[in-house]
Design a protein around this ligand. Structure first.
Ligand code: ATP
Length: 431
């Protein structure tokens, strides 16, 4: 973890938010490479979940909704974590999660004296408008899915959809986590990629199984090792009160197996709740069967940030090339922040090499790197996961070919310049 965090900091993936003021616990910034990689993760999810399907459509809803939303969803009453205080040093912890090496600074033996657990609501509050009273109180959303339920009828009618169909959304969510920890694994501001799939009740279990399969396949396809992925079925006492069934996709992070994604069979809880609380009927009437029902919901919910951490930690490798140690991020070309680096062998060759880079930039994220020996430049790009390095040398002037080096095998191939875009396209995009 330490090495990975160092690499993320030094190579522009992830930094502490507002670092020059000492940072702020549970908030992170994504640097230039982190932003590219994040966009690739989101694009891969959107491609698989929305674009490749004719039964799922997208939504981009506001972060703040009418506060009644969170009363109806049960978050105001139930979205709690147990919290304990240390009577001596006054610090707060999530019950059961005080690290063994987290010592109390106000006692001689370093041991905390903890209170009994109390419930702590995890929703982040904000205030809207000029009035300084509770009428302006609102919440930053704790999950993106509630607006999907609120917009269910609008989307269904305007999109001429009917169950079974799904609504997908990617967006920020906020939780006042008592102990944000493990880098970006548990933060207070994070991003979720959620699908709510509305089905006739009779088909819900079928769809639940189908979505489980699709979701696990996606994790394999973005490059996570199957050996580091497993299912965890929620036991009866773990299930949310409304859930009919729930499975987590767990990943083996450097600090152990933890939830990466949740796949939940939510029954008709959400649409019923919002119908009752808003007084607006959210049921659906099947025009053919003349049957009225509240659609059942299968939800898939995965964090962008947890995906980033899973991808970075499973891609991080140290190996040897030609007797020299190197750090390499074995990200798939689809997820890698930079697809290819264009490297002129000498500064004198910068002009034609820059033209190649400019041409490739129309399709791919490309880096142009002229400083340092070619070996050093290869290492720099191995370290940030660039799958291909394209070297323009003195011979290129004559034969109009470049050397393409592949990151993992370090094998080199001579490719005609006219074929370079389609060569990269096949390897990066798969077509
Ligand atoms: P956990 O038990 O780890 O707190 P959860 O069961 O509360 O997670 P869900 O409410 O199911 O999580 O949220 C769906 C997904 O959103 C999670 O699988 C995770 O990827 C992501 N997520 C949830 N909380 C956080 C957080 N504090 N920081 C980063 N990602 C998060």
């Amino acid at each position: 973890m330490e090495k990975l965090v160092g690499l993320c900091l030094n190579r522009g993936f992830i930094y502490p938010s507002s670092e020059i003021y000492g940072g702020i616990a549970g908030f992170w910034d994504y640097g230039p490479l982190g932003t590219e990689m994040r966009n690739n993760v989101k694009a891969a999810w959107w491609q698989r979940m929305v674009r490749e399907r004719d039964d799922v459509v997208g939504l981009d809803s506001s972060i703040i909704a009418n506060p009644q939303t969170w009363v109806a969803s049960g978050h105001v009453a139930n979205f709690h974590d147990p919290m304990v205080d240390c009577r001596k040093c006054k610090r707060r912890f999530r019950a059961g999660q005080v690290d063994v090496d987290d010592r109390c600074t106000a006692s001689d033996d370093g041991k905390h004296e903890l209170t009994e657990p109390r419930q702590f609501n995890l929703m982040l509050k904000t205030r809207i408008g000029a009035a300084d009273d509770s009428a302006g109180e609102a919440y930053l959303r704790a999950e993106t899915c509630q607006s999907i339920f609120l917009d269910f009828k609008r989307v269904m009618q305007s999109g001429r959809m009917k169950p079974p169909f799904g609504i997908a959304q990617i967006g920020k969510a906020f939780r006042n986590e008592i102990t944000p920890r493990n880098f970006i694994f548990r933060s207070r501001e994070f991003e979720q990629m959620e699908l709510e799939f509305f089905t006739p009740p009779a088909n819900a279990m079928d769809w639940f199984e189908r979505w489980r399969e699709i979701r696990m396949r996606w994790h394999y396809d973005i490059g996570l090792t199957p050996a580091k992925l497993r299912w965890h079925a929620h036991a009866a006492d773990e299930l949310a009160h409304y859930a009919k069934a729930a499975f987590d996709v767990e990943f083996e992070f450097p600090f152990g197996w933890h939830e990466l994604e949740g796949v939940h069979h939510r029954g008709d809880f959400d649409l019923r709740q919002h119908s009752e609380h808003s007084g607006k009927d959210q049921s659906y009437t099947d025009p053919e069967a003349k049957e009225r029902y509240f659609p059942f919901v299968v939800e898939t919910s995965v964090g962008v940030d947890r995906c980033m951490l899973a991808l970075l930690s499973s891609a991080y490798c140290e190996d040897e090339v030609g007797g020299e140690k190197r750090v390499v991020l074995r990200l798939t070309p689809q997820i890698a922040p930079i697809k290819a680096a264009v490297l002129p062998l000498s500064k004198k060759l910068s002009e034609p090499a820059e033209k190649i880079a400019a041409d490739l930039r129309r399709r791919f994220a490309i880096d142009f790197d002229v400083s340092g020996s070619i070996g050093k430049r290869y290492r720099r790009h191995d370290e940030v996961g660039t799958p291909f390095c394209v070297t323009y040398d003195f011979e290129s002037e004559q034969d109009q070919k470049v050397t393409v080096r592949e990151r993992d095998t370090t094998q080199q191939e001579r490719i005609a310049l006219s074929e370079l875009p389609s060569y990269l396209s096949t390897r990066v995009l798969g077509y």
